[in-house]
Design a protein around this ligand. Structure first.
Ligand code: KMT
Ligand code: NI
Length: 188
């Protein structure tokens, strides 16, 4: 199961877990309530053939997909890409990832600007809303293979913080205040 927790403020290695003392975990429905991040568990042996995944893709019109492997051997400009992934940013579209192999951490900001770390492993499908400040890092195993989905022509452009004047940011902040609704989509 995916785990999420509030991070400590230490600037030690980004690939470590960075738990608070004592650890402060967040349930997944709570994570949705406070950030709008959605999470689905794709349980099949072969996740890309999973019926729930097919349903989600259809319902949400995820008509583009490709694969990304983050490892020193497979990712061109590995160091630079990882540095960019870990620089706090937002996007004008959702960031949708299904982990096929390996693991990593997506960090998202809550409304008080605290970092929440979301651990993703095989079978975890995560949808990071447009306009939320976030970042990604590998963990100490240094490897992840994931599907990337998108509605329409993919735009991967990160807008580094500060990007508070962007329309998608303003819409997101409004949702932070009004709430994200019921976490009906959460399947663990
Ligand atoms: C991103 O955009 O941050 C990534 O694609 C990271 C790797 S996918 C788990
Ligand atoms: Ni991103």
């Amino acid at each position: 199961m995916v785990r999420a927790w509030y991070m400590d403020n230490s600037d030690a290695d980004q690939r470590l877990e960075h738990h608070r003392n004592p650890p402060y975990f967040i349930e997944l429905d709570k994570l949705f309530e406070i950030t709008g991040v959605e999470y689905f568990k794709i349980k099949s042996e072969n996740p890309i053939e999973d019926q729930l995944l097919k349903k989600i893709k259809l319902e949400r019109n995820y008509n583009y997909e490709d694969e990304i492997i983050c490892s020193k051997e497979c990712l061109p400009n590995y160091e630079e890409k990882l540095k960019n992934f870990f620089t706090e940013h937002l996007h004008t579209d959702e960031e949708i990832r299904l982990v096929l192999e390996g693991s990593g951490y997506f960090d998202v900001r809550d409304k008080n600007d605290e970092w929440i770390r979301i651990e993703v492993v095989r079978g975890d499908l995560i949808v990071i809303p447009k306009g939320i400040y976030h970042r990604f890092t590998l963990d100490s195993k240094n490897y992840v293979k994931a599907k990337r989905y998108f509605v329409g022509e993919p735009v991967w452009t990160p807008y580094n913080r500060p990007a508070d004047e962007m329309e998608c940011r303003k819409v997101y902040v409004e949702k932070l205040e009004k709430g994200f609704g019921t976490p009906s989509a959460i399947k663990v």
